[in-house]
Write a protein that binds this ligand. Sequence first.
Ligand SMILES: Nc1nc2c(c(=O)[nH]1)N[C@@H](CN(C=O)c1ccc(C(=O)N[C@@H](CCC(=O)O)C(=O)O)cc1)CN2
Ligand SMILES: NCC(=O)N[C@@H]1O[C@H](COP(=O)([O-])[O-])[C@@H](O)[C@H]1O
Length: 217
Amino acid sequence: MSESPYNLIVLISGNGSNLQALIDACASSELPNTRVTHVISNRKGAFGLQRAAKASIPTTYHNLVPFKRKHPQTEEGTAAARKEYDSSLASIILSLSPRPDVIVCAGWMHILTPEFLNPIAAQGIKVINLHPALPGEFAGAGAIERAWKAGKEEGLKRTGVMIHEVIAEVDAGEAVVTEEVELREGEGLEDLEKRMHEVEHGLIVEGTRKVLEKIKK
Ligand SMILES: Nc1nc2c(c(=O)[nH]1)N[C@@H](CN(C=O)c1ccc(C(=O)N[C@@H](CCC(=O)O)C(=O)O)cc1)CN2
Ligand SMILES: NCC(=O)N[C@@H]1O[C@H](COP(=O)([O-])[O-])[C@@H](O)[C@H]1O
C-alpha cells in the first residue's frame, strides 16, 4: 500500500461490532496505513457512535425525520424524503476532508437510492456492504433468521457472509469476498447469530483490504 493513508467512512445503524473490527484492524497490521476518518449513523442511539467517539473518530448522526416532515406521510412522500435524505448524505460525505477511498456499510439498515450512489460513484468512491448471506440468497433485512428457518424447515445445509459492492439493487452487487457458514441441526438462532457475527468481523476486514489493494494512491 502507498505512503498516504487510505481513508474509510463507515455507515452504521446499531451496535457497531463490525465498525469495531475495522477500527481494531486499522490499529493493527491487518489494515496497514488505513484509518476510519468518519462514522455516520442513521440512528442517534447507535452504540457504534460511542465506539467511534472512544476511538476519537468524528461522527455524524444523519436523521431522517426532518426530511420526512417536509413531505406527506404517503408512500410517495416517504420515497421523496428518502431521496432527499440520501442526496444530503452524499453531500455530507463529499464535503468531508479527507475524502474517503471507500465507504463501508457495516449494518447500515437503509436501502441506498441512486441519489446517494450516483454522486459518490461520480467521484470514484467505492461503496461496499457487509451482508450475512451468500450471493443471491436472503437479500435484505433479517437474513440470518431467514437462513436459520430455512435450515430448520427446508433442510438448508449452509448459509454464509459476504462483502459486496453496493449497487441500486439490494445485496446484488459483485461479491468481493464470501465465507460459508454451516447450519447445525438443533442450533438456536442466537448461537447461529454468534457464529455469523464472528465470521463477519473477519470478513469485513478482509473484504475492505481487498478493495483497498485495488486502489492506487
Ligand atoms: N442500494 C443498496 N442499498 C443497500 C444495500 C445494497 O446492496 N444496495 N445493502 C444494504 C444493507 N442491507 C443488507 O445488507 C439492507 C439493510 C436494510 C434493508 C431494509 O429493508 N431496510 C428498510 C428499513 C429498515 C429500518 O430502517 O429499520 C428500508 O430501507 O426501507 C435492506 C437491506 C444497505 N443498503
Ligand atoms: N442487511 C445487512 C445486515 O443485516 N447486517 C447485519 O447488521 C449487523 C450489524 O452489526 P454491528 O452493528 O454489530 O456491526 C451485522 O451483524 C449484520 O448481520
